[in-house]
Design a protein around this ligand. Structure first.
Ligand SMILES: [Zn+2]
Length: 490
């Protein structure tokens, strides 16, 4: 239909008020209204401005997403945190206790006072200085405290925008986004009636999932939460109950002191990241993990893809420097956990075939379909189809007649239901992940249920084993391994 010029002018004139509305300004105004409502719900502007310190004591469970015994399942282990933040002095003190399936336990602390940072490991009784700790360490932890987030939103409200209204459990919530001082853009979900902060989320990039939303959901009904739930890409990763939620209680100076009876942490000596164990058998340290690579007559075999794309790219660069002109034909991982397989997409982009345990095949099939728009990785830039060979009978031997690597599934253990290790006959060594960990500085290994299960498997396997090469840490002799298992049983 042709519009008569007179009609067009008429339409433009009378439609002007609608066009004059500016979406930026409109969104800004709506954001202010929602923030004002939240400020009132959290004690008013003056009280929030006067808020100096906050502290929680919380307990609950870590829900293991990509750290469970089987892919696509969510094992739980206990978790405890005591966290105090002094927002004015930019300081914090935190102690945590937690673990992973299979007898892994950690207990540690961190204290930051302005530009001084310290941390300690209560299991190994070591302590260390953190030089120039970034303030993001502090602000990441604002998510524990709705009061700090609302205070932050109030201070930075000129940059806030209204994204829309959504229903949470049938109740309307205004969604406000603003960037904090670290340029992290966060969305606050503010109850449109009560002004209560129900949820905060941020966009993040996950090595398996790609683009993901990290959500913190406050439980309870009042301004002081009864706990919090964390979700990544829609899956719960943490469920905590707040036993204590204090405001404006002074943090004693002594809280920042390092435990006096702990020894100073020794850093690992600097060395060549590539270590040659025998002709054609190497490990490379990438992102703090050991990756095994073996040269065969016309290709390379790699075992373990820890971390993510960056770590895999580092490892692949070192592998290609060491063995130029041969393709990486196979990649295997010990198990599907993100610190062991999070970088597998990079090897798929390289054209490598994944040698997988049966329950990992559907997992990797899903991992290749993830979208990486926020933080494009090697596979999203160079899409390649997934090639998989499944180890169906628990064993796979790679050999070119001269060099041999045996892959064994050690079966169901405390850490995973299926677990691959590589036995290198020429070395009489087993390369493994999480079955016997050790710090990179060579401090003694501490065994757990998972290590004891692995020890029994070696004994039953009949393999001639003299040493263990771990993904985490340094090489361990069988004597050291025996001693660690005996110490654990005492
Ligand atoms: Zn693991």
């Amino acid at each position: 239909m042709r519009v008569k010029p007179s009609r067009l002018i008429f339409f433009l004139l009378f439609a002007m008020p609608a066009f004059a509305q500016n979406p930026t300004y409109d969104s800004y105004l709506k954001a202010q209204t929602a923030i004002d409502r939240a400020v009132a719900a959290y004690g008013g502007a003056a009280a929030l401005r006067d808020l100096k310190t906050v502290r929680i004591e919380a307990a609950g469970e870590t829900v293991h997403r990509n750290q469970s015994r089987r892919p696509f399942t969510f094992d739980r282990t206990p978790y405890k945190i005591d966290l105090a933040i002094d927002a004015e002095k930019t300081s914090l003190v935190q102690t945590v206790e937690g673990g992973y399936p299979g007898g892994f336990k950690y207990a540690s602390g961190i204290a930051i006072a302005g530009t001084e940072g310290r941390s300690w490991d209560a299991v190994r009784k070591t302590r260390r200085i953190i030089p120039n700790p970034p303030f993001s360490i502090l602000r990441q932890r604002y998510r524990y405290f709705p009061h700090l987030l609302i205070c932050d939103a109030m201070r930075r409200s000129p940059g806030a925008r209204h994204l829309g209204v959504v229903k949470i459990k049938g109740v309307d919530h205004d969604v406000i986004s603003f960037s904090n001082e670290d340029n992290v853009n966060q969305s606050l979900y503010i109850d449109s009636k009560s002004g209560r902060l129900t949820k905060v989320d941020v966009l993040t990039s996950d090595p398996f999932e790609g683009d993901a939303v990290l959500e913190t959901i406050y439980t309870g009904t009042g301004a002081i939460p009864s706990g919090r739930i964390t979700r990544v890409a829609g899956a719960m990763t943490e469920e905590l109950r707040y036993a204590k939620y204090e405001m404006n209680a002074a943090i004693p100076e002594t809280a920042y002191a390092l435990p006096a009876d702990y020894s100073e942490f020794r850093a690992a000596p600097q060395s060549d990241p590539v270590q040659k164990h025998a002709d054609g058998v190497y490990t490379v340290v990438a992102g703090g993990y050991n990756v095994l690579f073996v040269e065969f007559s016309n290709h390379i075999f790699v075992m373990e893809a820890p971390g993510g794309d960056n770590v895999s790219r580092q490892a692949i660069a070192a592998i290609k420097r060491t063995i130029p002109n041969k393709p990486i034909k196979y990649i295997a991982v010990t198990h599907h956990h993100d610190d062991h397989a999070g970088g597998i997409r990079t090897y798929i982009a390289e054209g490598a075939t994944v040698i997988a345990l049966p329950n990992e095949k559907p997992f990797f099939e899903k991992v290749v379909t993830s979208k990486f728009v926020l933080n494009p990785d090697s596979l999203s830039r160079n899409p390649q189809p997934l090639k998989v060979e499944v180890i169906s009978d628990g064993r796979r031997v790679l050999s070119d007649g001269t060099r041999t690597v045996e892959l064994h599934d050690i079966g169901s253990g405390p850490h995973t239901e299926q677990m691959l290790v590589a036995y290198v006959p020429a070395l009489k060594a087993v390369f493994q992940g999480d079955l016997l960990n050790r710090p990179p500085n060579g401090d003694h290994p501490i065994a757990n249920d998972t290590s004891a299960h692995f020890w029994n498997w070696i004994e039953a396997s009949g393999l001639a084993v003299e040493k263990i090469i771990p993904v985490h840490g340094t090489v361990t002799t069988m004597d050291e391994f025996r001693k660690a298992v005996a110490e654990m049983k005492q």
